[in-house]
Structure formats: structure tokens, C-alpha cells
Design a protein around this ligand. Structure first.
Ligand code: FAD
Length: 417
């Protein structure tokens, strides 16, 4: 596969500190040594969930990139998280998807879990022994959180959870799932009707049907969870009872959107690199296809999109790390990052002629993988709804502002001065 940007481009300087650049090189070296050789195998065996790559990333502590050192994590922040996901996605979007899927519930725990709960769940993520998933989507409700039908009923010191979740990232690798369930009766507003629960994967009554490969992201599992009266202790409630919508929404905006922007960016970089190297190598007349103005014009457009997508992805998480209000920027980075990568992937297919249709050729994988960054963390329609809210200045919660205002929404660290 042709090399993507080896050193961070100067346009990213405002957002990258020296430690981010080190991480960038570390991720590239890791991807070249450990992921690139496995990417071919992952593609050839779509029915297999790739746990080895997850183990290797876990051993580096990357699933805890945003977890504070007090809980064993790297405490490196959101720009560092984007660096890791982006650079891994240049080589394998499926491996990057495995990484990002755990980083969403980690974000939810950081904001909503009590200090004791953080101490219970996060060290396992940090030492690599525990991967997580966030389980919101349901067969009927789809992306409509208010339509969630999974219920949780209180039974003494426990809750009994029943329902089904689908398209759950890391369904087959996670040791615990952050499940959003309905805890209020019909008629209660969604903002008070849902609650978040940590559900260990070995709980009786939880069934994860066999992995079914999708169009792309081979090696990544985004499968189904069936819960039949799964009993969890009250200690497994994350946040307040009735706060499930806030847990799901804030995680999706603050972590899901930028994570998916980073996956799209990695795929986009690989699409552009594959296309330029193909056009340079393919002879035509007395030169190569890359000499033809009409093709260069399309590559110029691709380069414009890629450069803009890079800035959006990094600028948004930089604002988040600075504690600035940036919900709309996170949403925009995901929305345009996907749209632009899709457009470039489609152009790349056409620029490769029939060669693009060869099953063994990398571009096919990239084109299939990019289809997978549209639905998660909000489809294009959902992003445009949120962005039009921002345009009309409609009243909506700024999760990034709340993050800055309240470093921990849950119980404070009792050991802190
Ligand atoms: C790779 C991948 C990973 C995922 N990971 C997770 C995960 O970890 N956890 C999880 O819970 N879910 C996950 N999902 C699921 C994802 O969040 C949903 O696919 C998404 O919310 C959309 O739901 P849906 O696919 O059921 O589509 P639907 O909600 O049924 O929507 C279908 C179409 O209707 C449009 N639409 C729906 N409602 C509206 C509206 N109000 N206004 C305008 N248009 C609308 C949508 O934009 C879409 O085009 C993942 C999905 C993928 C592909």
C-alpha cells in the first residue's frame, strides 16, 4: 500500500504538541509492523473477528488514551485519541473501528461514573484486559433514542434488563457493555426515561449471536446483543436514574463524532495515496495517466477535500481539549469528513477504471469501509438537523461547554484536595 503522510503536515501544527507527534510516529510504526500484515488476512476472512490486533493495541494502553493516569491511563486527551484512530485507519479502518468503539463508552464513564465506578472499570481498560462497547441502537428504534424498547426493572438491589441491541461496535470483543435501557413508564419524557447500565458480557441471560460480516470493516464486529432478564446490581447504574439520554447523547457528540471523523480521515488518506500512485504508475501516450489535465483536475479536488477534512478533524478535538464550546465543530467534522471521503472514494474508483473492480485491490476495501462511517454517531440527516439547530441558534445542550464547566459530572474524587 502506498505511504500516507509520514510526518504530520504543517497545517496540523496548531493542534499538535511534541507528544502528539511522537504518538503519530508510534502509531504509524505500529500499524506498519502489526496491522498491515494482518489487514490482508482480515479482509480474506470476513467471518472472523480480529482479536489479536485488539490485544496488541490494548497492550499499549491505547484503549485508555483519554483515561487519567490516576486510573492507569495515558491521560493524553482528545487530540491524542484522534491521532491514534486516524493513523491506524490509514492502514486498517477495521482496526481503527475496534479502537474507537471502546473509546466512546470510556468517555461516558469519565463523565458519568462515580469515582468508585471509575476505579472499578477503567484500570481494566488501561491494562488491556477489558474492552467496552456502548449499546444504544435497537432493531425498531434505529437511531431514534426516544424509541428505545429495552427495559430495565428494579428488583431489590438489582435491575433486570430485557431487550435487543443491534450494530454494537465491539459486540464480540467487549468484556462489558454500556447499555441504555428504559426505566420509566410510557409517557415520561425521553430526557428522564432512560438509564445507562454496565452489563458484563458473562452475565446470565446475555446472548451475543454469531458474528455476521458486513459489507466492509472486516475483522470488526458490530453485532447484536440479546438481553433476557439480565440481572445487574444497582452499582452498575452509570449516572443518575433517568440520565441515559444524556449519557448516550454526550458520548455520541463528544467521542463518537470525532472518532468517526478520524476513521473517515484515515480511509481518505489511503484513498488519495492509492490513487496518485496508481495514476503515476499507469503509462499513457508518452507519459502516465497522472499527466492528463482532466485527471489531475479530479485529483486536485480530492486533495482539496482531504486537506480540509484533516483540519476539521483536528481542529474540533483541539477545541474540545481546550475546554471550548465545539459541539457543532465535532458534528461538522464527522459529517463532512465522511461526505468528502465518500466522494473521493467514488472518484478514485472511477479514476482506476476496471482495475478498481479487482477483488484483491486495496481500493475496493477502502470504498466498502467508507460506507460504514455514515450511520454511526448520527447519519448525515441527523448531523444536518443538529447543524441547522446551531445555525438557528436553537436551544440545545452544548456538551462540550458542560464538559468544561464541570470536569466531572459524577461524584467528585474524594481524595482530591
Ligand atoms: C460501523 C457501525 C458501528 C456502529 N456502532 C454502534 C455502537 O457502537 N453502538 C450503537 O448503539 N450503535 C452503533 N451503530 C449503529 C448506528 O448508530 C445506527 O446505524 C444509526 O444510529 C442509524 O440507525 P439505523 O441504522 O437503524 O437507521 P435509521 O434510524 O432507521 O435511519 C434510516 C434512514 O432514515 C434517516 N432518518 C432517521 N430518522 C430521521 C429523522 N428524524 N429525520 C431525518 N432522517 C431520518 C436516517 O438518516 C437514515 O438515512 C453502528 C453502526 C455502524 C454502521
Amino acid at each position: 500500500m502506498p505511504a500516507t503522510t509520514a510526518t504530520p503536515p504543517p497545517a496540523l501544527r496548531p493542534y499538535l504538541a511534541a507528544r502528539h507527534e511522537l504518538l503519530w510516529h508510534e502509531a504509524d510504526a505500529f500499524a506498519a509492523e502489526h496491522i498491515a500484515p494482518r489487514a490482508v488476512r482480515m479482509e480474506a476472512a470476513p467471518g472472523r473477528v480480529e482479536s489479536k490486533v485488539a490485544d496488541l493495541m490494548a497492550a499499549r494502553g491505547w484503549f485508555a488514551v483519554t483515561v487519567p493516569a490516576a486510573f492507569g491511563g495515558l491521560g493524553a486527551g482528545n487530540v491524542a485519541k484522534t491521532v491514534l484512530i486516524h493513523r491506524i485507519a490509514c492502514v486498517s479502518a477495521a482496526a481503527a473501528a475496534i479502537l474507537q468503539a471502546t473509546l466512546i463508552p470510556v468517555g461516558a464513564l469519565l463523565h458519568f461514573a462515580t469515582y468508585e465506578q471509575k476505579g472499578r472499570w477503567l484500570p481494566g481498560v488501561a491494562d488491556g484486559s477489558l474492552l467496552l462497547s456502548i449499546a444504544v441502537t435497537e432493531p425498531t428504534a434505529g437511531g431514534h433514542i426516544g424509541g428505545i424498547e429495552t427495559t430495565a426493572e428494579k428488583a431489590g438491589n438489582h435491575w433486570l434488563i430485557t431487550g435487543s441491541k443491534i450494530h454494537i461496535g465491539n459486540s464480540h470483543l467487549a468484556g462489558a457493555h454500556l447499555v441504555i435501557a428504559r426505566t420509566a413508564e410510557a409517557g415520561v419524557r425521553t430526557s428522564q426515561a432512560l438509564t445507562a447500565f454496565m452489563v458484563e458480557s458473562d452475565r446470565h441471560g446475555l446472548c451475543v449471536p454469531a458474528h455476521r460480516p458486513g459489507l466492509g470493516l472486516h475483522g470488526f464486529s458490530a453485532g447484536r446483543l440479546d438481553l433476557d432478564h439480565v440481572r445487574v446490581p444497582v452499582d452498575n447504574v452509570i449516572g443518575e436514574i433517568g440520565q441515559g439520554l444524556s449519557v448516550a447523547q454526550s458520548s455520541s457528540i463528544l467521542y463518537g463524532r470525532p472518532n468517526l471523523a478520524a476513521v473517515s480521515l484515515g480511509i481518505h488518506e489511503a484513498v488519495a495515496a492509492t490513487t496518485t500512485s496508481y495514476l503515476k504508475a499507469r503509462p499513457r501516450y508518452r507519459g502516465a495517466l497522472s499527466d492528463l489535465p482532466v485527471l489531475r483536475d479530479r485529483v486536485g479536488d480530492m486533495e482539496a477535500r482531504l486537506r480540509a477534512a484533516r483540519i476539521l478533524a483536528y481542529q474540533a478535538v483541539h477545541l474540545l481539549d481546550q475546554g471550548l464550546s465545539c459541539d457543532a465543530d465535532l458534528i461538522n467534522a464527522k459529517y463532512l469528513g465522511h461526505q468528502w471521503a465518500m466522494k473521493s472514494a467514488q472518484d478514485a474508483m472511477e479514476l482506476h477504471g476496471a482495475h478498481a473492480l479487482d477483488r484483491e485491490y486495496l481500493l475496493q476495501r477502502l470504498w466498502r469501509d467508507i460506507q460504514h462511517t455514515h450511520p454511526p454517531a448520527g447519519t448525515g440527516e441527523v448531523q444536518r438537523i443538529r447543524l441547522s439547530d446551531a445555525a438557528f441558534d436553537d436551544d440545545h445542550i452544548q456538551w462540550s461547554e458542560r464538559l468544561a464547566a464541570e470536569t466531572a459530572w459524577a461524584q467528585p474524587d474524594p481524595t482530591a484536595a
